[in-house]
Design a protein around this ligand. Structure first.
Ligand code: MV4
Length: 611
């Protein structure tokens, strides 16, 4: 085994790799950019080296800076995580040529699978079904039309170097061919430095099923079952699960074996994922991801196999010590990506600071993250701040546990897509496991996302149905905890352009409590106190008697000129379905009455003025 591993990444995956190293007794070296001096992955590593400015191209993607950090630290291997340099065969080759070991497939294997027509041809060699189409690049619109004539429209034109939806163009009819061909070629050139494209029959509503693979240098290839990643938004996965609710045992076995044959043909080693499209009970090879993936955790939870540890072991030359038959899928796991995005605003990235960060726990709950409360979330890198992985005995139990865990997850100070996840776990289509890759982009009603954000946004864990009304900046919302008769309530109050409200102190039980609290300005109506034995006492301020909460005036008990004593009732305010007597603090002569029966008042509004 290695003695020291350089982790060429940041965020939760860097922490995940560091944890695997620790579990194996291996020391770790982090690299970080100027923006990440205090980042989570740096805190976890044994040592850390600055590799450049915030811009990823100048730091995390700087081949020489990363390799130099490894050399300085005396590391003996490099783990690239996902993203950044993970699928860069050129970088892998540089690492192979250095004193460091690349923890991943060989640069050759990465290249064999990186070009899509090569990968398709290789899969066909291994008897893995591919989507009907070309295994050679196409150059002319006539070729595309010829293929479409054979399979029927729609067809997909895909960039050779493509992936993640970039350089993918769908052609619905002959008159679109020229334009779409040109666009795909142009995008391929721009994104991947490769204008070469090929053509496939376009499947209209497939599921995205991917098989986790692990292969060693001794010829052993295992699959660890599949994940269903059909819930995607604009090619970004948001929820992944294992196993797929859409496969039966027979299809599961066939797809797993096909994935094994494919990577064996490619002489692939280390962890990898073979992606398939599944439609009408048939599966078709799509591409191979030659890296650890974000969603590997779902597989870990249902197999009990630590995929990242195995990446290290395999790269160190160890042999896989379990047979295919030893791999058992037990129960169900769902991963929720906790992205700092506003789901109601087209999932726009959000920035801010984690004023509250309180993740869930308990049975079946796993959190992979690299943040802690107080951290700033900037816009320099991707928006994923954590992953919540929920495991249970079966899918139904997993969904119930997910509702629980998502409602426990409390994040304040920055918008996240937790409200969206809470919507999905109650969504009929998702719960039934009937969603395809089209569901989020084309079928789910946007209104429902807006509602979910309104209902669950900001607070994350609260169930009071509070909403951000989005009114002017002079409205501030305050949260209080009040105790009524020994029962705890959370209350949200709005304040508009008024002086700060003094702290609310809630005292429950007994008439004496009011006197003990001293100088109350609001007290529950005697009738209510008698019938329910409830009393809320709130501290008040001076000669202006103000509303301590938003509500409706039920009665006004004084008029101008009246003499009132300390603690006398001036009006009755209904709020939170309770009647509250508004009382004076010191008393005096009423000089102004600003409200009448039936008025609605906001927190901080002046109700009665005393001289
Ligand atoms: C397809 C397809 C339908 N038919 N290929 C999108 C990402 C890229 N890696 C491949 N993609 C697709 N290729 C054929 N022949 C549909 C998609 C696709 C998709 C695939 C997986 C998950 C979500 C998706 C959303 C839209 C389109």
């Amino acid at each position: 085994m290695f003695t020291k591993v350089l982790v060429a990444n940041r965020g939760e995956i860097a922490v995940r790799v560091i944890r695997a190293c620790r579990d194996l007794g291996v020391r770790t070296v982090a690299v970080y950019s100027d923006a990440d001096k205090h980042a989570g992955h740096v805190r976890y590593a044994d040592e850390a080296y600055n590799v450049g400015p915030a811009r990823a191209a100048d730091s995390y993607l700087d081949h020489e800076a990363v390799i130099e950090a490894g050399r300085k630290a005396g590391a003996d291997a490099v783990h690239p995580g996902y993203g950044f340099l993970a699928e860069n065969a050129e970088f892998a080759r540089k690492v192979e040529a250095s004193d460091l070991t690349w923890i991943g497939p060989s640069a050759d294997a990465m290249e064999r699978l990186g070009e899509k027509t090569k990968a398709r041809a290789l899969m066909q060699e291994a008897d893995v079904p591919v989507v009907p189409g070309t295994t050679e690049p196409v150059e002319s619109a006539d070729e595309v039309k010829g293929i479409a004539a054979e399979y029927g429209y729609p067809v997909a034109i895909k960039a050779e170097g493509g992936g993640g939806g970039r350089g993918l163009k769908v052609v619905h009819s002959e008159d679109e061919v020229e334009d779409q061909l040109e666009t795909a070629q142009r995008e391929g050139e721009a994104y991947f430095d490769n204008s070469s494209v090929y053509v496939e029959k376009y499947l209209e509503s497939p599921r995205h099923i991917e098989v986790q693979i692990l292969a060693d240098e001794h010829g052993n290839v295992r699959h660890l079952g599949e994940r269903d990643c059909s819930l995607q938004r604009r090619h970004q996965k948001v929820i992944e699960e294992a196993p797929s609710p859409a496969l039966d045992a027979d299809l599961r076995e066939r797809i797993g074996n096909a994935a094994r044959r494919g990577v064996r043909e490619a002489e692939y080693t280390n962890a990898g994922t073979v992606e398939f499209l599944v439609e009408d009970g048939e599966f078709y090879f799509m591409e191979v991801n030659t890296r650890i993936q974000v969603e590997h955790t779902a597989t870990e939870e249902v197999t009990g196999i630590d995929v990242v540890k195995w990446q290290l072991r395999v790269a160190a030359g160890e042999e896989i010590d379990f047979a295919q038959d030893d791999v058992e899928i037990e129960g169900h796991a769902i991963e929720y990506r906790i992205n700092a995005e506003n789901a109601a605003d087209d999932f726009a990235p959000a920035t801010g600071s984690l004023e509250t960060y309180d993740p869930p726990g308990g049975p079946g709950v796993r959190i992979d993250d690299a943040v802690r409360q107080g951290d700033e979330i900037g816009g320099d890198y991707d928006s994923m701040i954590a992953k919540l992985i929920v495991a249970a005995g079966d899918r139904e139990e997993c969904l119930a546990r997910s509702e629980r865990a998502l409602s426990e997850f409390e994040i304040r100070g920055i918008e996240t897509i937790i409200p969206f996840h809470r919507l999905m776990v109650t969504d009929e289509t998702f719960r039934a496991g009937e969603h395809t890759t089209k569901y989020l982009d084309e079928e789910l009603d946007r209104e429902r996302i807006d509602q979910a954000v309104e209902q669950w946004g900001d607070a994350g864990s609260d169930d009071t149905g509070e909403d951000d009304d989005g009114e002017g900046d002079d409205v501030t919302e305050r949260e209080f905890t009040v105790e009524v008769n020994g029962k705890r309530f959370e209350v949200n109050l709005e304040e508009r352009g008024a002086p700060p409200v003094p702290d609310v102190e809630a005292v429950a039980n007994g008439a004496g409590a009011a006197a003990d609290a001293g100088g109350p300005s609001t007290r529950s109506r005697p009738e209510a106190a008698e019938s329910d034995d409830e009393e809320v006492v709130v501290e008040g301020d001076g000669e202006q008697v103000t509303a301590e909460m938003q509500g409706t005036i039920l009665a006004v008990d004084v008029e101008v000129g009246d003499e009132v004593g300390a603690g006398d009732v001036v009006c009755v305010l209904e709020a939170m379905k309770m009647e509250n007597d508004v009382v004076t603090e010191r008393g005096g002569t009423v000089s102004d009455v600003l409200v009448a029966e039936g008025d609605s008042v906001d927190m901080g509004d002046t109700l009665v003025v005393l001289e």
